[in-house]
Design a protein around this ligand. Sequence first.
Ligand code: COA
Length: 255
Amino acid sequence: MAEFSIETFGAVERWTINGEARRNALSRAMVAELAQHVARVSGADRSVRSVVLTGAGAKAFCAGADLKERAGMSDGEVRVFLDALRSTFRAIELSDCAFIAFINGAAFGGGTELALSCDLRVMDEAAEMGLTEVKLGIIPGGGGTQRLPRLIGKGAAKDLILTGRRVGAEEAARLGLVNRVGDIDDAMHVAKNIVENAPLAVGLAKHAIDDGSHLDLDSALALEQRYYQRTLGTEDRLEGLKAFAEKRPPVFKGK
Ligand code: COA
């Protein structure tokens, strides 16, 4: 069976991890298939512009690494798995597509790291998140020690990672770990709002935020200017101005 169920809603795809019996844990096969889907929506065909990523069933978004598969792996195999995991999560960030994690249930370890590599997070009110690795004698290996502090600050990240504790939706929203608490319709609504906008502008804005956030302010402002310049010659910028003057919704082409 495919590791993901894919549904299409115009320029939005919903990807559901198909592993309810193992709480959507990250196996080697699942990471390999995720990498293929990310490459597909990030390639020359830009028809998919936002992805809502979620897990099958009500119990889990993703219970982290597949610990049963892990138990049979050599140290070398674990390293290969983690390399694949890191590069797949990075490909999500580098994609022009906007990724939204809908955290429908438990998201622990690699499950939280998967959500952290997405652009936005919507969380079910009964779900829980956590980087619980230290409880297993390891540390987050899918970018958690780096992405979490960049998102919520060093102090809050140390609180979560060093204790390994699980947080509910209310605290996750308060910490800025998730953008909002809601259901799958709310997550789909966010995706639909994004794809109404000019495609090149959305991609450039995403990369301006990601690429600039760790530069000094002058370098970051210069980077924003370079990305802004790239919108100037586009048909969509002219269409945006024309539609405004004609008091109608714009029709963007991604050109
Ligand atoms: N890897 C492999 N299998 C997993 C798994 C994981 N990360 N998490 C859960 N499963 C499996 C269980 O072993 C169980 O399999 P079984 O039916 O063959 O016994 C099945 O999924 C259901 O798990 P269960 O714990 O009974 O479900 P639950 O709905 O009560 O709880 C979780 C779900 C996610 C809260 C709980 O399974 C859990 O805490 N898992 C561990 C998560 C974790 O520590 N991840 C960090 C990895 S670094």
